[in-house]
Write a protein that binds this ligand. Structure first.
Ligand SMILES: Nc1ncnc2c1ncn2[C@@H]1O[C@H](COP(=O)(O)OP(=O)(O)OP(=O)(O)O)[C@@H](O)[C@H]1O
Ligand SMILES: [Mg+2]
Length: 236
C-alpha cells in the first residue's frame, strides 16, 4: 500500500523580526497507491518543506498527513527519502551505504548485504560495490542514494530534485532507469522537479505548487509510457 492523504496542511516559519513566513497554506491533495506524482514549482515555493513534512522530519503547524490510514507523526520506515543534495556517507563504501538503514533496523549482516546487493543491481552499479562515494560521478551517487532508499522497502518514496544537479544526458538516462525501477518495485513515488519536461516524462499526474498563494493545481496527464489504467483514473 502507499495511499497518502494531505488535509489542510499549513507550515510557516518565524522570521528574525518575529513575523511569520507562510509557506504552505491549507494544502489538500491525495496520492494513490503506486502512483507516480511529480510536484513542480519554482525555487522557494515550499517543495522541500512539503516533502520533509510527509517524511515526518518536521512538524506541521496545522493539518494532517495520513499514510495508509495512519497519521505521520515522525520519521516512518514506510517512507523513503532521496535528498536534493548528494547525501551518502563518504567514509562508507557503496554497499555499506546501501546497507546502512538496514543495519539501523537491526537486520542481520547476511540479510542486509543480500538485500543491498539486490538494490545495487537494480540501479546497475553492482561492479562498484566496494567503491567510495568520492570515486563516483554525481549520477552514480544519486543512483546509490536511490538504492539506499529502496533497500528499506518503503511503500512511499519521496525524491527531492534527485537529478537536478546532473547534466541533461545523465538525467535522461536516470529518468528512464527510475521508470524501470518503479515498474519493477511498484512504489508510490512523489518526485519534485523544476523541469516541466522531466515532470511530463515521469508522472502519472503533476501537481503545480505556485509561489504566491501556495495553491495547488492538479493536472491529469496521459503519458504514453504509463499504463492506460493509470491515465483512465484522471480521464474517466
Ligand atoms: N527551517 C526553516 N526556517 C525558516 N525558513 C525556512 C526553513 N525551511 C524553509 N524555509 C523557507 O521556506 C521557503 C520554502 O523553502 P523550500 O526549501 O521548501 O523551497 P523549495 O521549493 O524546496 O526551493 P528549491 O527549489 O530552491 O529547493 C523559503 O522561503 C525558505 O527560506
Ligand atoms: Mg528544495
Amino acid at each position: 500500500m502507499g495511499n497518502l492523504e494531505i488535509r489542510d496542511l499549513n507550515q510557516s516559519f518565524t522570521r528574525d523580526d518575529g513575523t511569520q513566513l507562510v509557506v504552505l497554506d491549507h494544502l489538500n491533495f491525495d496520492v494513490r497507491d503506486k502512483e507516480f506524482v511529480c510536484i513542480l514549482g519554482s525555487s522557494g515555493c515550499g517543495k522541500t518543506t512539503l516533502l520533509r513534512l510527509i517524511a515526518g522530519l518536521d512538524e506541521a503547524r496545522a493539518g494532517s498527513i495520513v499514510l495508509d490510514g495512519e497519521e505521520i507523526q515522525g520519521p516512518n520506515p514506510k517512507v523513503g527519502f532521496v535528498f536534493q543534495e548528494y547525501s551518502l556517507f563518504p567514509w562508507r563504501n557503496v554497499i555499506d551505504n546501501i546497507a546502512f538503514g538496514l543495519e539501523m533496523k537491526g537486520i542481520t549482516k547476511e540479510e542486509r548485504y543480500r538485500s543491498a546487493e539486490h538494490y545495487l543491481g537494480l540501479v546497475n552499479l553492482s561492479q562498484f560495490k566496494t567503491s567510495y562515494p568520492s570515486e563516483l560521478s554525481g549520477g552514480m551517487r544519486q543512483r546509490i542514494a536511490v538504492a539506499r532508499a529502496l533497500a528499506l522497502e518503503p511503500v512511499l518514496l519521496l525524491m527531492d530534485e534527485p537529478f537536478g544537479a546532473l547534466d541533461a544526458q545523465t538525467r535522461n538516462m536516470l529518468q528512464k532507469e527510475l521508470l524501470d525501477i518503479w515498474d519493477k518495485t511498484k512504489k508510490t513515488i512523489i518526485f519534485i522537479t523544476h523541469s516541466v519536461d522531466e515532470a511530463v516524462f515521469l508522472a502519472d499526474r503533476i501537481i503545480v505548487l505556485t509561489p504566491t498563494k501556495q495553491c495547488f493545481l492538479l493536472i491529469g496527464l496521459l503519458c504514453s509510457h504509463h499504463d492506460q489504467a493509470a491515465s483512465a483514473r484522471f480521464f474517466p
